[in-house]
Design a protein around this ligand. Sequence first.
Ligand SMILES: Cc1ncc(COP(=O)(O)O)c(C=O)c1O
Length: 472
Amino acid sequence: MKHELPIVHALQRHLDRTPISWHVPGHKNGTLTHLPDFFKWDVTELPGLDDFHHPEEAIADAIALLQKVYGAKASHFLVNGSTVGNWAMLAATATRGERVYVQRNSHKSVFNALEWLRIEPIFLEPDIHEETGISGHVSRETLKEAFTKYPGGVGVFITSPTYYGEAADITSLVQLTASHGLPLLVDEAHGAHFGEAFGVRSAFELGATAVVQSAHKTLPALTMGAWMHERFSEKMRRKLQRALQAFQTSSPSYLLLASLDYARSYREQWTVRGMSEVQASHNAFIEALQRFDHMTVLRFDDWSRMTLTYEGYSGDSLLHALRAVQLDAEFALGDHVVCILPLRPLAKSEQNDWVHRVERAIQMMKSEGIPLKRYIEQPIMGKIQVSALACSYEQLEQATGMFRQLDECIGHVSLETIIPYPPGIPLIVRGERITAEQVLRLRHYQTVAVHLQGGEQLQRGALRVIEEGFEG
Ligand SMILES: Cc1ncc(COP(=O)(O)O)c(C=O)c1O
């Protein structure tokens, strides 16, 4: 299959003219920097290079190729990651004050979008894998419960796959949402590589209404490069387009667009046979890791991603030990580390080298690492599967609140959002009534030094909460 790269070729044609830049950006085709050549590719929307917000030439051709690969009638390039895709999907689906059913362990971009767009969330707690404490997916039962307890929503928003690589049962959720006449929006940030060749179907192929994918997370695209596929109604698509124009820059990076062009082409070259060879090499590597005593390697649907635990040690200790042997994993939480492997065949020599490095990391961790007290995560909302915010966004905006020590916060409404980062999934959401489970988990994260975003006085063990009775 030949590489069709409309944006890359338009840029190449442009550069072949050896142009002199009298336009933005200020590095003038890279002549004002000593950094490598890629600055040359950072141009603006010049003749022949199309218009990002009104594509008719190279960008339109690249979008047509993208649509073909993902079997979509409408796709959109995103130059601010899945973050902007999540904002735009929500803006297209709901207007101010309307209700949307949202998976509780969504990425922080979703909570930001809900608050700033003033969309009322009804949170859906995912099921938790009992053994590991790892979050799974929202069940049909939970979604049905939400429809009954909080009727009148205009859409459902879920995340699939999880950070751990587990895909939701999209077919069954599509059936359920369609029977209620609701669109199913899917944050598939970690699934741009899904499709027939990889062996796991994308949520879009399975009938979801709109799907956002961070091409940069698993395909060879530059950071922030993402795309969206959708089958919205004409009316919703118009709204989506207005949202994308409003939320995205008017100066899209051609470096980024060219990398999206390339990532699509890379993904397009895959065949079922070729990918099964890649998978076999990944399997061989994982089997070798499983031979270490006390090491558990978990894999869900996405076989290119693995979750490692080493009995008795925290994920953080393991992450640091791996770093010391130059193996940089994605993130650590609780007792585990998530690793995202390259989507290419792993050579035997490479596998052997990695296995030896892991062995050295384990030895190092045992001599220096701090053993972990067994801890299994609990659902953050306790036994509550479906919940709403405890107060309106207007109340949140007006409240000043006060700092309370963590244990005293239980039962009060939080004015702060606390986010373990990565993965960027809020533990406590602004406006939520704080549960004992959240405080327990927060304390545990502090003990094992998880990096937390938010919480002005969290270091001193306090959170800002609304003093009910004193404030509206
Ligand atoms: C599930 C999920 N959704 C959305 C995002 C945001 O993606 P991006 O970095 O492409 O904006 C992330 C980033 O980590 C994520 O993990």
